[in-house]
Design a protein around this ligand. Structure first.
Ligand SMILES: Nc1nc2c([nH]c(=O)n2[C@@H]2O[C@H](COP(=O)(O)OP(=O)(O)OP(=O)(O)O)[C@@H](O)[C@H]2O)c(=O)[nH]1
Length: 149
């Protein structure tokens, strides 16, 4: 499963995070806006689509800076076909991008709660496990983003 995530970084340096609805997988946790790639999409195309769908913002693919990725296996689930539990869960890879330019005012269009956080505060949020190394990579890249490198 390939997932694209976007750290929107405001001129103040704050980063937009969204909190998944309680009933969803990883419910109640804070994460970067984004979602799964659809068939035929590049990661940047998926990021542009998800940011429009989730927040109503328009971003340009060329304004997305690759920050890093994180990978894991999702927890193994019982096999619905009755062959017993799968030996290991599905691989998941999350590609994090940062973006400092967009058009529009962020709104939570898909039921999630949104808020802006100082980058140093991200590690203190309750997030899915892969988001901790991603937030660390973002913190490392932020000085370059601010100066336009
Ligand atoms: N968007 C996003 N998803 C993340 C992050 N970290 C993380 O583990 N994930 C996981 O990656 C998966 C993304 O799926 P999603 O449900 O958001 O994707 P989607 O919008 O395409 O979902 P849909 O199938 O309901 O349309 C979820 O299992 C989510 O918990 C993150 O920082 N951002």
């Amino acid at each position: 499963m390939l997932v694209v995530a976007v750290a929107l970084v405001a001129p103040s340096g704050q980063v937009l995070m969204q909190r998944r609805p309680q009933e969803a997988m990883h419910g109640g946790l804070w994460e970067f806006p984004g979602g799964k790639l659809e068939a035929g999409e590049t990661p940047r195309e998926a990021a542009v689509r998800e940011i429009k769908e989730e927040l109503g913002l328009v971003i340009e693919p060329g304004d997305l800076h690759a920050v890093g990725f994180a990978e894991a296996r999702l927890e193994a689930t019982p096999d619905a076909g009755g062959q017993g539990a799968q030996a290991s869960g599905r691989p998941i890879v999350i590609l994090l991008h940062a973006c400092t330019r967009w058009r529009g005012e962020a709104r939570a269009l898909e039921g999630a709660q949104i808020d802006w956080y100082r980058p140093e505060a991200l590690a203190g949020l309750e997030m899915p496990p892969l988001d901790y190394p991603l937030a660390k990579a973002l913190l490392r890249d932020l000085p370059g983003l601010a100066s336009g490198i």
